[in-house]
Design a protein. Structure first.
Length: 116
């Protein structure tokens, strides 16, 4: 079992930056695919990015603005978010799984609100 806890959300103005953290316990994250998702108001949860070893993937909506990274020594995954837009307002979740199509472990989410 892997327990995931997100932090770092909050209120930021458009154009600003935030860094989300996802701390893991139970097992080491280095052996898992890790991903970041978000659920905006009235929308379904959707994938933003995932990473496995040195490979990363980003959806077009965040490519060039968001960066996923991991610190294996801290067993933590990060999402650096730059040039934030009001449409980035959502609850952000981290997840881990054996493959990028099967995320079995989820955090509780952290709210990000971007004001215009």
């Amino acid at each position: 079992q892997v327990q995931l806890v997100e932090s770092g959300g909050g209120l930021v103005q458009a154009g600003g930056s935030l860094r989300l953290s996802c701390a893991a316990s139970g097992r080491t994250l280095s052996t898992y695919v890790v991903g970041w998702f978000r659920r905006a108001p009235g929308k379904e949860r959707g994938l933003l990015a995932h990473a496995y070893r040195s490979n990363t993937y980003y959806t077009d909506s965040v490519k060039g603005r968001f960066t996923i990274s991991r610190d294996n020594a801290k067993n933590t995954v990060y999402l650096q978010m730059n040039s934030l837009k009001p449409e980035d307002t959502a609850v952000y979740y981290c997840a881990a799984g054996v493959t990028s199509s099967n995320f079995a472990y989820w955090g509780q989410g952290t709210q990000v609100t971007v004001s215009s």
